[in-house]
Ligand binder design. Structure first.
Ligand code: SF4
Length: 352
């Protein structure tokens, strides 16, 4: 008798006839790869994929942009930043607008580029806009350590670094299962997903190739109908249970947990990172007395709801009309990791 043909991940997904399920992906790269590789198009109608707060630029609040603009225009510092942040609207203007008003804004590709810029320009006060999750925090820590070791006094960070575990906690009732971000877990290991499992929250760690994403979806769709919470690392070639101890030690040495404001989610206790007192010389907030700024987003922009999975970009009245990648109204349309830019680029959710 011929051996029964093994079902592939694609077979499992296509033939899914289980209950309706909401899967939240919490990584800007996943948002785009799931679209780009056509995975949304093959999901059955009862499988809903929603975007969570996984795009670092998108979750950075408006008040932070206002603080960066204040530093550029009122304190005359040179702002070094990733390109995406330059176009994110603040309360009254973006950093691009501040630059056109005489603010000095330099685009860099890493915190160490900003450090190099500061070292090459000792007559300028340089502030790097340090945003992002556990993946982008270690290079910021490295740049600060290097600056302190060199005795530099013209380099500092405006920190808005965030960590994922408390965000998962805040979002745990928003989905039936999480697609955990592979590169965050490559640094931090699998303990946050395992901790969520103990609370009855399901999820899998996913990689980024088509095969890895299909496997992650297939595992969810096999396990979900069984009715028991589950956790599985579907990215074992990169994610180890312990993560990267060296990167974790670096973060711990230079930064400490703090409360942090997330766009759309408000302040989540202990979900951010700030420089430890030993590195205060590189803390732009202390160095320049940066005031707290509340920030006002365009009231019609629904980025906050999108980041909580409460609506999809096409449900925003401005999507594709007033708000486009060329003329973004909110952060989710600016960043190449944002959900609005993904929907705009790849054509929207086919199930809507
Ligand atoms: S489409 Fe534009 S205005 Fe609407 S939520 Fe997205 S970024 Fe905000």
């Amino acid at each position: 008798m011929a051996e029964a043909k093994k079902r592939t991940a694609l077979d499992i997904i296509r033939s899914y006839d289980g209950p309706k399920i909401r899967i939240m992906e919490v990584c800007g790269t996943h948002t785009h790869e799931i679209f780009r590789q056509g995975i949304r198009q093959i999901l059955p109608p009862q499988v809903d994929v929603i975007s969570g707060p996984g795009c670092p630029v998108c979750v950075t609040p408006v008040g932070y942009i206002d603080q960066a603009i204040w530093l550029a225009l009122e304190k005359g510092v040179t702002i070094c930043t990733f390109g995406d942040l330059v176009r994110v609207p603040g309360s009254t203007m973006s950093l691009a607008d501040a630059r056109s008003q005489g603010g000095h804004v330099e685009i860099v590709y890493s915190p160490l580029d900003a450090y190099d810029y500061a070292k090459a320009h000792p007559d300028e006060d340089v502030v790097f806009l340090s945003v992002g999750f556990e993946t982008t925090t270690p290079p910021s820590c490295l740049a600060v350590k290097q600056a302190v070791a060199d005795g530099m006094t013209n380099f500092s960070l405006l920190t808005a670094n965030k960590t994922m575990p408390m965000a998962y906690e805040a979002m745990k009732d928003s989905a039936d299962a999480f697609l955990y971000p592979g590169h965050v877990d490559a640094v931090m290991g699998t303990r946050s997903g395992e901790a969520m499992l103990k609370e009855g929250v399901s999820g899998v760690v996913a990689g980024f190739t088509a095969k890895e994403l299909l496997t992650a979806f297939a595992v969810i769709l096999v396990k979900f109908p069984q009715g028991k919470p589950f956790f599985k690392n579907c990215y074992p070639r990169v994610v180890k249970a312990e993560g990267s101890p060296a990167a974790q030690a670096l973060i711990k040495e230079v930064m400490e947990p703090c409360d942090s404001e997330w766009r759309g989610l408000g302040v989540i206790p202990q979900s951010g990172l700030q420089l430890r007192p030993a590195f205060a010389v590189c803390d732009a907030r202390k160095k320049y007395g940066v005031p707290a700024m509340e920030g006002r987003a365009n009231p019609a922009c629904r980025c906050g709801d999108i980041l909580q999975g409460k609506c999809t970009p096409p449900q925003c009245p401005l999507f594709g009309k007033v708000c486009t990648p060329e003329h973004p109204v909110g952060a989710c349309m600016v960043s190449h990791e944002g959900a609005c830019s993904a929907y705009y680029l790849y054509g929207g959710n086919l199930h809507e």
